[in-house]
Design a protein around this ligand. Structure first.
Ligand code: DGL
Length: 267
């Protein structure tokens, strides 16, 4: 048993979709969330810069005595997971392995689609891991850079998101994937429009839920589960213009009201 908080971090506020899934699955855990809203997006940056930024974020949380680190960002998980793991005194989990295990479990025809940021898709981290679990799998990956701004604008289910979805998912439909990994924190916001475009028979894998499930298993195995009767949720961002508050509400809902605090990473 350990009642220290779980540290969750992301390049921005998209990782709040993962926090939401964790709070639903593990209601007795305290959580400290950190989103690097001053330097988002990471998805178009180089591996070196993403790794440097990610280590800053992990350090901030480690100093606050977290018992576990959750890398709630696909881009960071794809390119900087090992660097974080090697420098972290506490166990860590990313969003990629849980999604890949789930996708391999539900796919019947072995044709798996992956969508994510340019950085995530370029790294082919999803593809490599899928092929480790299932060497016969056919992986089709597509970067969807417009999806992040669409989700942030709240264009979750309108004509613009529909057109972008049609364009990006064309090749995946043609390849007849039966499973599609939503490999970016923001994409669950576009869940409905993506499901409609792919058709109901295609399984969508949302890594926020699978990550929360795997986190629970790891905490149990390591005897780190908490039993806080009044768990504390703290939310920090590195820049907080008005827009961040609005968008964060869209990702997390009412519970966030007034709780988002701006910090400097050198504190
Ligand atoms: N959080 C990032 C991800 O999951 C999306 C936003 C960004 O590009 O930084 O890949």
């Amino acid at each position: 048993m350990n009642n220290n908080p779980i540290g969750v971090f992301d390049s921005g506020i998209g990782g709040l979709t993962v926090v939401k899934a964790i709070t639903e699955k593990l209601p007795h855990e305290s959580i400290i969330y950190l989103g690097d809203t001053a330097r988002v997006p990471y998805g178009t940056r180089s591996k070196e810069i993403i790794t440097k930024f990610a280590l800053d974020l992990a350090q901030f949380l480690i100093k606050r005595k977290v018992k576990f680190l959750v890398v709630a960002c696909n881009t960071i998980s794809a390119v900087a997971y090992d660097a974080i793991k090697n420098s972290s005194p506490v166990p860590i989990i990313g969003v990629i392995t849980p999604a890949v295990i789930q996708a391999s479990r539900v796919s019947k025809n072995g044709k798996i689609g992956v969508i994510g940021t340019v950085g995530t898709i370029k790294s082919d981290t999803y593809g490599k891991l899928i092929r480790v679990l299932n060497p016969d799998a056919e992986v089709y990956s597509v970067a969807c850079p417009l999806f992040v701004p669409l989700a942030e604008e709240g264009f979750a289910n309108n004509l613009i998101s529909e057109l972008a979805t049609q364009e990006y998912l064309k090749s995946l439909k043609k390849a007849k994937v039966d499973t599609l990994i939503l490999g970016c924190t923001h994409y669950p916001i576009l869940y409905k429009v993506i499901q409609r475009e792919m058709g109901n028979r295609v399984n969508l894998v949302d890594s926020s839920h699978t990550t929360a499930e795997m986190l629970e298993k790891r905490l149990k195995n390591l005897k780190l589960l908490g039993n806080n009767t009044h768990p504390k949720w703290e939310f920090y961002v590195t820049d907080a213009p008005e827009r961040v508050y609005q968008v964060a509400g869209r990702f997390f809902g009412e519970a966030l009201n007034g709780k988002l605090k701006k910090i400097s990473l050198s504190e």
